[in-house]
Design a protein around this ligand. Structure first.
Ligand code: ASP
Ligand code: MG
Length: 450
């Protein structure tokens, strides 16, 4: 088989008719793209999630109307919407009845069935958008291919069964030269019930399909033209990174950059399938390739910023020469389900920040009074807020001479509250005052990247 690419278009890329047409042109212009995985149109999954939580009739009608409006805005731009309109109406009716049931008796299975409908609609409409551009495409219900367990909302794919399904149903279509349009995010459990792979799961679906089809690459089309050396909103001079490794991308995502997280692309990472990130609105602007081991690997790769950090300093004079103090502190934190992020220690104190990834509340709110009480029984607790974590990401940082000098020279006018250097070959983390964070990022970027 010649070069095969699996392309995925995210929610904003299929948000309206104009955006969908850009996607269609990308597909038409790339003969290698023969499998297209779609997210729901932007906003639809969120609305469906609210409906799945169970709403009163009036609220339900309002939300369903919003879903209908998003799809209607696309349908009305089609030259002949008669065929697909019936399909969308049928899905909307199904959404109505599922949402009504959700109000009476909610279940995880029902939720997944309901929130999968967004991808059903976007994929059906996209086939029609292509058809109007004289491209015939085959719509595939991805649940026939992606087999999962029954862990609704976070289903785990069954790789063997998925491979089997793909060989049986998907591969022959591709071999016949058909262009396949399908859904991201969803799968089916052994009982035939719809499952979902977790929010944002369409990237995962695309990587899974690429893996079972032995595709050469996964193309993630989104609303940014690749991955940048830092957030271009902070530093307009930020440069696009043409090629980077999965591990560098993982570091960036972990430390706050809004880039795809390789864990959402697990199959691509484990099967060494290169991943491209580009903007569906401006494909001509190019994008970034994320691969296993791109060369060369520069010393400095990117700067990430994570705001709203809280630093906890724990001091106790008795800590000197005692054993197990850190263990006690970490046990208390673990008991409160707090994951420690960065740590620095001295003779009589420990300073640490908490990892509040996936926690929406402000940094201070994650510290419950009981947690603080327990820590206070052990030592003096001091809390610093209004801090941001600036992370320099690169390669062999800990074995290269002069890295610290470059950083400190550049930042001589700023107070660096803590610095973590040496634990990882890939990063140097600095905690700085939040009001200075953007400046610190800009200065570092200027010195190391411009
Ligand atoms: N539509 C789903 C979501 O919003 C999946 C995705 O977009 O990747 O989470
Ligand atoms: Mg999305």
């Amino acid at each position: 088989m010649s070069h095969l690419s699996v392309a995925k278009f995210g929610g904003t890329s299929v948000a309206n008719h104009c955006a969908m047409k850009s996607c269609a042109h990308i597909v038409i212009n790339d003969p290698n793209t023969r499998v297209v995985v779609l997210s729901a149109s932007a906003g639809v999954t969120n609305l469906l999630v609210t409906l799945a939580n169970g709403c009163e009739a009036a609220e339900r009608a309002k939300l369903i109307n919003e879903v209908r409006q998003i799809q209607e805005n696309i349908l009305k731009e089609l030259q002949d919407d008669s065929l697909v309109r019936n399909q969308i109406e049928a899905i909307l009716t199904n959404i109505e009845s599922l949402a009504e049931t959700a109000k009476i008796e909610n279940s995880a299975a029902l939720t997944d069935e309901l929130i999968s409908q967004g991808e059903m609609m976007s994929s059906l409409i996209f086939v029609e958008v292509l058809r109007e551009l004289n491209i015939s495409a085959t719509w595939v219900d991805v649940r026939e291919i992606i087999a999962t367990n029954s862990h609704f909302s976070q289903a785990i794919p069954n790789d063997e069964k998925t491979q089997e399904n793909s060989d049986k149903f998907l591969k022959p279509l591709i071999e016949r030269g058909e262009l396949v349009i399908t859904q991201g995010f969803i799968g089916r459990d052994p009982n035939g019930q719809t499952t979902t792979l977790g929010r944002g799961g369409s990237d995962y679906s695309a990587a899974l399909l690429a893996e079972v089809l032995h595709a050469q690459d996964v193309l993630i089309w989104t609303d940014v033209a690749g991955i940048y050396t830092t957030d271009p909103r902070i530093v307009p001079n930020a440069k696009r990174i043409d090629t980077m490794s999965f591990s560098e991308a993982a570091e960036m995502a972990t430390f706050g950059a809004k880039v795809l997280h390789p864990s959402t692309l697990l199959p691509a990472v484990r099967s060494n399938i290169p991943v491209y990130v580009g903007s569906s609105k401006a494909p001509e602007n190019g994008g970034s390739w994320v691969t296993l081991d791109p060369q060369p690997r520069p010393l400095f790769r990117a700067i990430a910023l994570r705001r709203d950090q809280v630093l906890i300093t724990l001091s106790n004079l008795n800590m000197r020469h005692t054993k197990g103090f850190l263990a006690t502190v970490f046990t208390i934190l673990a008991k409160h389900k707090m994951s420690v992020d960065i740590v620095t220690t001295s003779e009589v104190s420990i300073a640490l920040t908490l990892d509040k990834t996936n926690i929406d509340t402000s940094a201070v709110d994650v510290l419950s009074p009981t947690l603080l009480n327990e820590l206070s029984e052990l030592c003096t607790v001091k809390i610093d807020t209004d801090l941001s974590l600036v992370t320099l990401i690169g390669n062999n940082l800990h074995t290269s001479a002069g890295v610290a000098k470059q950083i400190f020279n550049t930042l001589e006018n700023y107070n660096i509250r803590t610095i973590n250097y040496g634990a990882s070959t890939n990063n140097v983390c600095m905690l700085v005052q939040s009001q200075q964070a953007d400046e610190v990022v800009s200065q570092l970027h200027k010195a190391l990247f411009e």
